[in-house]
Design a protein around this ligand. Structure first.
Ligand code: C2E
Ligand code: CA
Ligand code: CA
Ligand code: CA
Length: 269
């Protein structure tokens, strides 16, 4: 086990976390983090490309580690998912995101809040109950919450996912297909799933200006979204050139450092 010299593991060690001892230690620290309320939520706006208005925010989890500072999910999500602890972290995230939506609502600044749902959460039979109880607890309407589910997670057990998505849709919840283009979602399923948006992965957006083939992929995703009646969202927009390319391809919404990085919650979404 490599040590950072302050009694903790350096971030670059955690990212790999290959050794069983490293993973075990990280898992123990994650349990402490839950018990001692060390997780935080940052929010990143989603912007309508036609007029620049903010239509909502995505909640992104952070870990305020007592020694290592603010950690991004890449440092711990994988171990959380593998161990099953993601269910508890995910429940915390869901409650926190809905609570924040209620705070903004009370301030007259209501907006849609998108929450990332992991594979394990999607396949948890209690997911629908978890979401509905968070909404009821904070008095937030279902239509205000978007659940972001990766293309890959949807295809683990598409028939089970379909049942869950139908239950969520029945309650008025919106669902986004996250990291679209990186997995292998069958178009047949995509058409059957009650989903509302396609989030085009950052890897394509990053090359939308320089690579004709990436531009073609993004264009195809936008067209597919439109023909299925879904909203298209581009992730990771960093430059005006990328934004302009997305506008000319007809993409609906965008998120990225060009507009704002994820930030701690402020008085407005
Ligand atoms: P994602 O859902 O694809 O989220 C987008 C990631 O891109 C976020 O990284 C965000 O900070 C980053 N990003 C946003 N704009 C830009 C940009 O312009 N350029 C670049 N280079 N990056 C940008 P983050 O917050 O580190 O999250 C990484 C991943 O961790 C997320 O990817 C998501 O899969 C997962 N994640 C985050 N929060 C949660 C959570 O609460 N629950 C679960 N299950 N997963 C989460
Ligand atoms: Ca996401
Ligand atoms: Ca994504
Ligand atoms: Ca992504």
């Amino acid at each position: 086990v490599k040590s950072s010299g302050r009694g903790g593991l350096a971030v670059h060690d955690l990212r790999g976390a290959d050794g069983a001892a490293d993973r075990l230690r990280l898992l123990q620290e994650l349990r402490t983090a839950l018990a001692e309320d060390q997780f935080r939520l940052h929010f990143q706006p989603r912007v309508r490309l036609s007029d620049g208005s903010t239509t909502g925010v995505e909640a992104l989890v952070r870990w305020q580690h007592p020694e290592r500072g603010l950690l991004r999910p890449e440092a711990f999500i994988e171990v959380a998912e593998a161990s099953g602890l993601i269910r508890e972290i995910g429940a915390w995230v869901l409650d926190g995101a809905v609570a924040q939506a209620a705070v903004w609502n009370a301030a007259g600044a209501g907006a849609q809040v998108s929450v990332n749902i992991s594979t394990r959460q999607l396949n948890d039979p209690d997911l629908v109950l978890l979401v509905t109880s968070a909404l009821a607890r904070h008095g937030v309407p279902a239509a205000q919450v978007v659940l972001e589910i990766t293309e890959t997670a949807l295809m683990v057990d598409p028939d089970a996912a379909l049942v869950t998505l139908r239950a969520l849709a029945e309650l008025g919840m919106q669902v986004a297909v996250d990291d679209f283009g990186t997995g292998y979602a069958s178009l047949t399923y995509l058409q059957r799933f009650p989903v509302h948006e396609l989030k085009i992965d950052r890897s394509f957006v990053a090359r939308v200006v320089d690579s004709a083939s990436d531009r073609a992929i993004v264009g195809a995703c936008v067209h597919l979204a439109r023909s299925l009646g879904l909203v298209s969202v581009a992730e990771g927009v960093e430059t005006r050139e990328q934004r302009d390319a997305l506008v000319s391809l007809g993409c609906d919404l965008a998120q990225g450092y060009l507009f704002s990085p994820p930030r701690p919650p402020g008085p407005h979404p």
